[in-house]
Design a protein around this ligand. Structure first.
Ligand SMILES: [Fe+2]
Length: 354
């Protein structure tokens, strides 16, 4: 399915959109903060959502059932999802599963639902997840304390609006982990056995924009121009992992986030340099040599040591490694790693940062 990505003149796009004109029941899915900032009203007076659902936490099965139950008797014909990864992920599931008439408690049950798809306009307000351009969502399973990935080709939002002004007010403590997530998406995509010429080209463009944005930030502040580049880089990386899926750095990141509450982007970035050094020959791509070297150098010199030190306590290597091997993203990596490989990579990262 082709996705329309609108980077400018969003209001005009809305004005001329037959979908908006024809829609009678519009659902706005957003976060309390974005709702307070009235971002939606900046587009057009035309959008009058009949319902507004506020997402305050990461999607779990309880939240999915809550939104499905709430609108069981409502037929929405358009969803506008405006927010970060949690908002976009929940909206993608709702648009696919709105007709569900049973309680959902597993990815398997979500897969069994045959629903008419609701048209989804996704508007990211963070730069990093790329969730607006992927056909998968991450769901937190409270019982197993694991993040599960659910994908379905029809979940890809039909339209994306990239609005740079929405990320201008993001504080650095939110911007930095999401930016590291974007870098990890590019590298995991390059290291995936599913890579194609198209995914390579998307990664090359994304990495170039990320590097340019860092070059504009030498004084430590993220200018508006640099944030615009980040937003586009994030979207391109999202398109790349939509083709390849993520791989090794993400597989290692999940137990680190579960055990230490380490933010997702920081958890992914922890092993990037070590993976690159360990599997140097296997993952080398000549056409992207310059970009990969430059971005890894940036991650290396980002001053992350103090952040990691503040999170990691009683590091149980064996438990972490076992959890890495339960993650399906490992299968996407270009090499099948052994437990010894993962141990060496994590030890090398610990040596670097701790
Ligand atoms: Fe990620």
């Amino acid at each position: 399915m082709n996705q329309v990505i609108v980077k400018k003149k969003h209001s005009q796009h809305l004005l001329h959109s037959n979908k908006i004109k024809e829609s009678k029941n519009i659902l706005l899915i957003t976060s309390p903060g974005n709702h307070e900032r009235s971002y939606i009203s900046q587009f057009s007076e035309q959008i009058k959502p009949s319902d507004i659902f506020l997402v305050e936490r990461y999607p779990d099965y309880e939240l999915i059932n809550q939104v499905l139950n709430l609108y069981q008797n409502t037929k929405h014909d358009l969803v506008i999802s405006l927010g970060g990864g949690s908002v976009l992920d929940l909206a993608k599931i709702y648009c696919m599963a709105s007709d569900a008439n049973q309680k959902i408690s597993s990815v398997h049950e979500l897969n069994q639902i045959y629903s008419s798809k609701i048209f989804n306009i996704a508007i990211p307000t963070t730069a990093g997840t790329g969730a607006e351009s992927t056909c998968f969502s991450t769901i937190w399973n409270k019982e197993t304390k694991n993040k599960e990935s659910f994908e379905n080709i029809i979940m890809l939002p039909e339209v994306v609006y990239l609005v740079p002004s929405f990320i201008n007010s993001l504080p650095d403590h939110i911007l930095i982990p999401t930016m590291l997530d974007c870098i990890s998406h590019c590298l995991d995509s390059l290291w995936s056995k599913n890579k194609t010429n198209e995914s390579l080209s998307l990664c090359k463009k994304s990495l170039s924009l990320l590097i340019e944005s860092f070059e504009l930030n030498l004084n430590g502040t993220y200018s508006v121009i640099s944030r615009n580049k980040l937003l586009e880089a994030s979207n391109l990386a999202g398109q790349a992992i939509n083709i390849t899926r993520t791989s090794l750095s993400h597989a290692i990141s999940y137990p680190l986030t579960n055990k230490f509450n380490l933010p997702h982007g920081l958890a992914c970035a922890f092993t990037l340099n070590s993976i690159n050094n360990y599997f140097e020959k296997e993952i080398f791509i000549e056409a992207l040599e310059v970009e990969v070297k430059a971005i890894l150098n940036i991650v290396n010199n980002f001053g992350l040591q103090e952040i990691y030190k503040s999170y990691f306590t009683d590091f149980s290597l064996e438990q972490i490694i076992n959890e890495v091997f339960m993650n399906s993203r490992l299968d996407n990596f270009i090499v099948t790693p052994t437990k010894g490989d993962i141990e060496s990579i994590i030890k090398s990262s610990l040596k670097k940062f701790i």
